[in-house]
Design a binder for this molecule. Structure first.
Ligand code: SF4
Length: 587
């Protein structure tokens, strides 16, 4: 079938063996690639009830039928596993240039199982895999690791052959439950602790190499379509905004909506937000737009700090979510200091959203006399010290490294801790954006803004954020389209560029599959049912589809609150429309 390699690679780290296995057309037509195929493999191969940190838990890398093609937004890969943060379904995506190297190795998916006896590096290429000792690089930060493994095992920069690496830092090695997998220095598969699973396997890095390309059903059509999209998108206001200012543009919008989580979720507005805005970033630092391969939006910011104690420090970022997590939740009113904390997280390999949330929880624990530690809102150095302790699992850091559910229990702060299913939310307060509250509650991977990006229609006024009745129907439309984008795999920021009919054209031009909106929705339905069944098999309970109690009880000073009865009513509608019973179980 066009658009697919029709095979996947299964690697066993325990005995250092691999198998090249076929994928039949029926599976590919039912689930496509990316999230669809990987969810099918995860459900089929993972032993039910497996400990996420045990050798039996699979770590799956996947690209999709459009990867390495001329389709804009297509340089992206996904990682899928059982999450050590939630104990449930885990997916995380990253862009950059490395996704095209992963795809060039010539597999629809790479499944890694087992546990290496020694720290190791994997080399994946079209003929299979090779295993190398990584004892000499165990302990290096993510940037050093990427440089070293690319130098040792990569070295391709010309012709049809591509190469690139995904790596973990010390946090992943130490199985910090919210550690990330990184590539291209600053691009992270950031959420749900995929780096911890890689670390539990003693796997420091995977280098991908190859010259394979997917055969396209209509390559000329893809070229024409992509040229047309580039011309049409030139004056798109969303594209222009992200290109000019990157995701920090959201700081102003979310503060204006009074939905900017501040002081560990106790306020929805940060009175110092202007110091954290996109304008401040571009005024105070040297900032260059930076793009993944096959992208004209270039939402990335290559930022160099110009003044102060961090002058000369350069990162790609900070993204809106990092600004909210350290700026809002921990009340740090300096972008240069947020760049500094961002750099620490990137080097150590930790998710900034979870890290900021956990630092905020720790500050509240101190203020409520639950623990005796010197840290407070705005105290950058204490927060930096805490991040390092988490990565090294030292003292209080060891408690936080085990995730928010564990820390909240130990500190008797379960009513205060903000998470859904064990994953801390991103920067959109669901007391203001109520449909986003439903999206957080039902997302497979815990509190997540990316499964539906429902803050987008609520902020734009397409869906009134205060109205809860009828919300589920629109949410499902968003979710289903984005499930498809994750099966293709496409970058989220192209959601406004590719409506349903464009997705139909893309899948036909790449694979030959004729699928109108209804047919694509059927594929999304199969995938969402599968991931829901995975979660139920792994112990998901109806009460897990809820928001933290604080959101039902604590009103923001703007008067915003979300009633538990409203969330329950939205859930009921959602289950019904998904074809699930009253407990959220697919019929
Ligand atoms: S919009 Fe941003 S994340 Fe998406 S492909 Fe472009 S640069 Fe990468």
């Amino acid at each position: 079938m066009n658009g697919f390699y029709g095979r996947y690679l299964k690697i066993d780290l325990t005995d250092e063996t691999f198998d090249l296995l076929p994928l039949n057309d029926k599976i590919l037509l039912t689930y496509l690639g990316g999230k669809g195929l990987a969810s099918h493999l995860l459900y089929s191969i993972n032993p039910p009830g497996v400990d996420p940190m045990s050798p039996g838990n699979c770590l799956i890398f996947a690209t999709g039928p459009i990867t390495n093609s001329r389709i804009w937004g297509s340089s992206r890969y996904g990682v899928y596993t059982k999450s050590p943060q939630t104990g449930l379904y885990s997916e995380s995506y990253a862009g950059g240039k490395v996704p095209e190297a992963i795809d060039s190795s010539g597999f629809d998916a790479i499944v890694v199982t087992g546990k290496s006896k020694r720290p190791s590096v994997l080399l994946v290429h079209p003929d299979g895999a090779e295993f190398f000792d990584a004892s000499d690089i165990w302990g290096l930060d993510t940037y050093e690791t990427e440089d070293t493994v690319n130098r040792k095992y990569g070295h391709v920069d010309f012709g049809p052959e591509k190469s690139g690496a995904v790596v973990i830092g010390p946090a992943g090695e130490n199985r910090v439950r919210f550690s990330v997998i990184e590539n291209d220095y600053w691009r992270s598969a950031g959420r749900t602790g995929v780096g911890a699973v890689m670390g539990s396997k003693h796997l420091k890095a995977i280098v991908f190499k190859g010259d394979k390309r997917r055969s396209l059903f209509d390559a000329k059509g893809v070229k024409r379509f992509s040229n047309k999209i580039a011309v049409e998108s030139k004056n798109n206001p969303v594209v222009k905004a992200y290109k000019a200012m990157g995701t920090p543009v959201m700081v102003e919008k979310i503060n204006q909506a009074k939905a900017f989580p501040t002081k560990y979720w106790s306020e929805g507005f940060f009175d110092q937000w202007e110091k954290l805005s996109a304008e401040a970033l571009h005024r105070q630092c040297r900032v260059q737009p930076r793009a993944c391969a096959k992208c004209f939006i270039a939402c990335g910011r290559l930022t160099t700090v110009l003044n102060g104690r961090h002058a000369g420090l350069m990162i790609e970022g900070p993204e809106y979510e990092t600004i909210f997590a350290f700026g809002g939740l921990c009340m740090i009113d300096s972008l240069e200091e947020i760049v500094y904390l961002n750099d620490i997280c990137d080097r150590l390999g930790m998710d900034t959203i979870s890290a900021g949330n956990l630092c905020g929880l720790t500050i509240e624990a101190v203020r409520k006399n639950k623990i005796d530690v010197h840290i407070d809102y705005g105290d950058v150095d204490a927060i930096a010290g805490l991040l390092k302790k988490i990565a090294a699992r030292q003292g209080i850091g060891d408690i936080l490294a085990r995730g928010i559910k564990y820390a909240a229990k130990i500190w008797n702060m379960e009513d205060m801790a903000v998470h859904v299913k064990g994953l801390e939310p991103p920067g959109y307060d669901p007391r203001v954006l109520k449909g986003s509250g439903l999206a957080f509650a039902v997302s497979d991977r815990g509190a997540c803004h990316l499964r539906a990006t429902f803050h987008n229609p609520e902020l734009k006024g397409i869906s009134d954020p205060e109205i809860t009745k009828g919300k589920a129907e629109l949410l499902i439309d968003f979710e289903d389209r984005l499930i498809l984008m994750d099966a293709f795999i496409l970058c989220r920021f192209f959601r406004d560029i590719y409506p349903w009919d464009h997705l139909s054209r893309i899948i036909e031009m790449t694979t030959g599959l004729k699928a109108d909106k209804a047919a694509l929705q059927k594929i999304a339905f199969e995938i969402s049912t599968l991931t829901r069944c995975f979660n139920i098999r792994e112990g998901l309970k109806p009460e897990d589809d809820h928001l933290p109690k604080r959101f039902y009880k604590e009103m923001l000073n703007t008067g915003h609150i979300i009633k538990e009865t409203d969330l329950t009513a939205m859930l009921k509608e959602y289950y019904c429309l998904r074809g699930w019973n009253e407990n959220g179980v697919p019929k």
